[in-house]
Write a new protein. Structure first.
Lengths: 226, 219, 219, 226
C-alpha cells in the first residue's frame, strides 16, 4: 500500500544494514539524487547495490562507496574516468563486484518483478562473464542460464506520481525505474510532483501503482552526477 | 562489389562514410560509443535510418548543444542528444529486449580484436588488474541482425587486430559479419573464410601481409 | 477470530460479504470469474481496494450498462466495465507479470475441489472428452500472495469439495490459503492441518462429518 | 521497414499456406476483425493460429476454423458457449490444440520478441499442462521450463499509428497487441488512423515502430466477435 512521505529522510528510513538496494538512473538521467543523499545520511551499511555503474566523482553512489558502506555492487559498467572511489576499494579488495552485461542486468531485474525463476539468453555465452554458468543450445544458439536479481529496496526517480502511486517518467530518465520498482520488495520513488487520482491518463501510466510503496515529492530535483 | 584501391588509408570520417553507405535504407541501427558514432554524420534523411540508443530511445537525433541540452535526454555514451519526429521512449528491459530479440538491423561497434570466425573482443584488454566493464556491448554484438566492426586494421604496436583467434576476452561468439578498417573492408563469411571486399591506399597483398591468416579476394 | 455459528448456510451474497471483510484495506485484488466477482459489491471506497483484471487493467470499476458500455473496456470475464480514478492499462505480458511476480495481495477463485495440502482443482473436470480451457486460473492461483477459494462446501451429489487429495486435474499446488464455503471458513495451514475458523448454520461436528479428513477447531 | 497499405487484403497478401499467425484481441476488445476477414478471403490454409481463444459463433476465427484452414491452435481458453466450430473440429480430430495457461502464453510470446531462449515459471507445475515438461526447483518453488512461441505473422489492432510505425492502443484493447507485434517476423496492424511523424507524444508510444511491418488504416473498425 502506498505511503506518501514528506522527506527523502523518511522515505529511506526503513533501509537496514545488509540490505540489497537497487538504485535507478543511467548517466545524469533518472538518478534519485535526493534519495541517495538521504541514504548516505541515514547510515545503513553492508549494502549490496544494484546500479548500472559504480559511482562518479565524490558524491552520490561514489560517496556511499567511499564511506565503505557498500559490500558488493552488481552493475554493468563500473569503470569510468572518475570512478576512483570504486576503483580504490576494488583494488584494495574491499568491495565485491559482479559485472553483468547490461541487457542481462535489465532482464534479470525484470525477471525478479515478473516471477520468472530463471531464463536462457545468448548474451554473454563464450565470454568470461559466463564462466561457471549453465549453458544449453536453444534455437540453434548456445545460451546461458541467468537468474533474477531481487532487492529489498529500490530508489528511483520519476516525473509525476498520482495518489494511487501510478508513475510517469521523462525521456531517457525512464531507464531502470519501472523494472527496479517492480523487482524490489519495497520501492521508494522520488517525483517532482504528486497529483490527484484521475489526473494521469490511464493510457500513459508507465509504472502502475501496485509497484510503488513509498513516494516523496522533491519538486526541484538535482541533476544526476556523471 | 569489385575490389578497388583508394589512394590512402582512410580517416575515421572517411571510413564512417563507407559504413554509412552500407546501411540499408529504412534500417534500425545502433551505433556504438566512440568511432561508430561518426557514422551518423553520413546518414541522410533520405536513408530513413532510425537510431536506437540502448538507454531507452528509438529515433535518437543528433548531439544537443547549448540551450538544447536536457539532462533527461542522453544517449548510451551519456552525451546529450535531441529528439526526432517519430521517436519513442521505453525502459531498459524493453530497450534491451529490442536489441536481444533481433530487431535491430545492424549495430556498428569498435573492437580490440576480431577473428576469422567472427568472434569479437571489444570490452576487456585481458590485463589482470583491469576492472571489467561491459555495458551493452555483449547484447548488441549478439542481438543485432548484423554486427559491423569499425576499427584500425593494426594496433599501435603494428599488430593486426584481425586475427586467427582472439586472444583477448570475448564479447560475442561468431557475431561479426563485416569489419571496416582504415585499410580494407573484410567480409566474415561464417565458415572461416574472410573476403577482402576493398582496400584503401594499399592492395590485397599488403593487407594479406598484415593479417595472420589466409584471406580471399573479392570476386 | 473465535468460532461462531450463524443461523443458516450462507447465500453467495452473504459469503461474498464475509470474504470482502477479510480483504485488507489498500489491497490489490483479482476476483475470479463467477461467484468471486460478487465480492466487489461489498468493498467500500474506504477499503481502498484496487481491482486487477488480467486482460490488462488495474483500478477496474463496476459493470458498465447502457451508454457506459465501451467494447474496448472489458474485464477478464469479457463483461463491460468502467474506469476508476487512478486506473491504468497495460499489455498482457505486463499484466501477467504483475500476477506472477507476486504483486497481487490476494485473488479469490471458485473451485471444483480443494485438498488439505492447499492444492486447487478449478479448471477441468477430468472428463476425458472435455475440451481443456484454463485461461488465467493457474497464473492467479500460483502467483498471488494469497489465494482464497469461494465455493459451496458440497457438490450437487452431496460430496464435499474439500477433500483429502484432489482427484480432478490440478490448477495449482499448495496455493490455497483459505476456503470460504456456505457452511464454514477453512484455514489451510500448509502443513496438512485445516482449521475451521467459523461455521454458518451448523457446528464443527456437522462440518467434520462432511469433510473426509480430520479438521481442527479454531482456538 | 514500415509499409502502409491501402486495404486489409493487401496487408494479409503475404501470408502463405502453413504459416503461424498470431491474432490479437481478448473478448470483443482488440480483435483485428477486418484483417481476419481479409485472411478468410485470402485463402491461406494449414495455418497454426495463436490466440487467446478458439473463435466464437460463425465469424472471424471461428469461420477460419469452420473452413478447415487451421491445422493447429495455441490458446489458453478454447471452450466457450459458442465455440461450436472449434468443438466440432476438435472432437473430429481435425484440429490440433495446445492449451497454454494465459500467463505462459503471454510470457512465451514476449520471450519470442525479446530473444529469450526459454524460461522457468511456477505456473502450471503439477498440472496436466506441465506433463512432459522439464522441472526444476528455483527460489524454493518447483518450476517448469517454457519455450518461446514464434510466428511468421501477427494480425493485431491498435488505435493510431504514426508514419514511423509507432502505435498507441485504447483501454483493454491493448491486450496481446504489443507482444504479438514484437514476436512475429512480419507484424500486420490495423489502426483507426495514421498520423504524421511527431504527432504522437514519444512518452506515450506503446509499440515502437521497429516492431511494425505493415499498417492499414481501417477508420471505422467493426467491434470484435465474442
Amino acid at each position: 500500500m502506498l505511503t506518501i512521505v514528506d522527506s527523502a529522510a523518511q522515505a529511506v528510513e526503513p533501509i537496514t544494514d545488509g540490505s540489497t538496494v537497487m538504485i535507478g538512473g543511467f548517466g545524469v538521467a533518472g538518478q534519485p539524487v535526493e534519495l541517495i543523499d538521504a541514504l548516505i545520511e541515514q547510515g545503513a551499511t553492508d549494502l549490496t547495490v544494484v546500479n548500472n555503474n559504480a559511482g562518479n566523482g565524490d558524491v552520490g553512489l561514489a560517496k556511499l562507496i567511499q564511506l565503505g558502506r557498500v559490500r558488493k555492487i552488481i552493475c554493468s559498467f563500473p569503470r569510468q574516468s572518475d570512478s576512483y572511489h570504486f576503483d580504490a576499494k576494488y583494488h584494495a579488495g574491499e568491495i565485491e563486484l559482479e559485472v553483468v552485461p547490461q541487457g542481462n542486468l535489465a532482464e534479470r531485474i525484470r525477471a525478479a518483478g515478473a516471477g520468472i525463476g530463471a531464463f536462457y539468453t545468448p548474451t554473454g555465452y563464450g565470454t568470461p562473464l559466463a564462466e561457471g554458468k549453465e549453458t544449453r543450445e536453444l534455437d540453434g544458439k548456445m545460451q546461458i542460464l541467468e537468474f533474477p536479481i531481487t532487492a529489498d529496496f529500490s530508489l528511483t526517480k520519476a516525473l509525476t506520481a498520482d495518489k494511487a502511486g501510478n508513475l510517469v517518467y521523462r525521456k531517457t530518465a525512464r531507464n531502470f525505474g519501472p523494472i527496479m520498482a517492480a523487482a524490489a520488495r519495497t520501492s521508494i520513488v522520488q517525483v517532482s510532483d504528486v497529483v490527484e487520482r484521475g489526473a494521469l491518463d490511464p493510457e500513459v501510466v508507465v509504472t502502475p501503482g501496485i509497484y510503488v510503496d513509498t513516494v516523496v515529492s522533491i519538486p526541484d530535483p538535482a541533476v544526476g552526477h556523471a | 562489389m569489385t575490389s578497388m584501391t583508394k589512394d590512402a588509408a582512410l580517416t575515421p570520417e572517411q571510413l564512417a562514410e563507407v559504413v554509412a553507405a552500407d546501411i540499408p535504407a529504412g534500417a534500425y541501427v545502433n551505433l556504438g560509443i566512440g568511432q561508430p558514432t561518426l557514422v551518423s554524420n553520413y546518414l541522410t534523411p533520405e536513408d530513413d535510418v532510425t537510431l536506437h540508443t540502448e538507454n531507452g530511445m528509438l529515433g535518437m537525433g543528433g548531439e544537443a548543444h547549448g540551450d538544447e541540452v536536457d539532462p533527461d535526454l542522453i544517449n548510451a555514451g551519456k552525451i546529450p542528444v535531441k529528439e526526432t519526429d517519430g521517436c519513442s521512449y521505453f525502459h531498459h528491459a524493453d530497450s534491451f529486449a529490442m536489441m536481444r530479440g533481433g530487431h535491430l538491423d545492424c549495430c556498428v561497434l569498435g573492437a580490440f580484436q576480431v577473428d576469422r570466425a567472427g568472434n569479437l573482443a571489444n570490452w576487456h584488454t585481458g590485463k589482470p588488474d583491469a576492472i571489467p566493464a561491459v555495458g551493452g556491448a555483449m547484447d548488441l554484438a549478439t542481438g543485432a541482425k548484423q554486427t559491423f566492426v569499425m576499427m584500425t586494421l593494426t594496433a599501435k604496436n603494428g599488430q593486426a587486430k584481425l586475427v586467427e583467434n582472439c586472444t583477448m576476452p570475448l564479447t560475442g561468439v561468431g557475431c561479426v559479419s563485416r569489419v571496416y578498417t582504415d585499410q580494407a573492408v573484410f567480409l566474415i563469411e561464417g565458415d572461416g573464410r574472410v573476403v577482402v571486399r576493398e582496400t584503401f591506399g594499399c592492395d590485397f597483398e599488403a593487407v594479406q601481409e598484415l593479417v595472420p591468416f589466409p584471406l580471399e579476394r573479392s570476386e
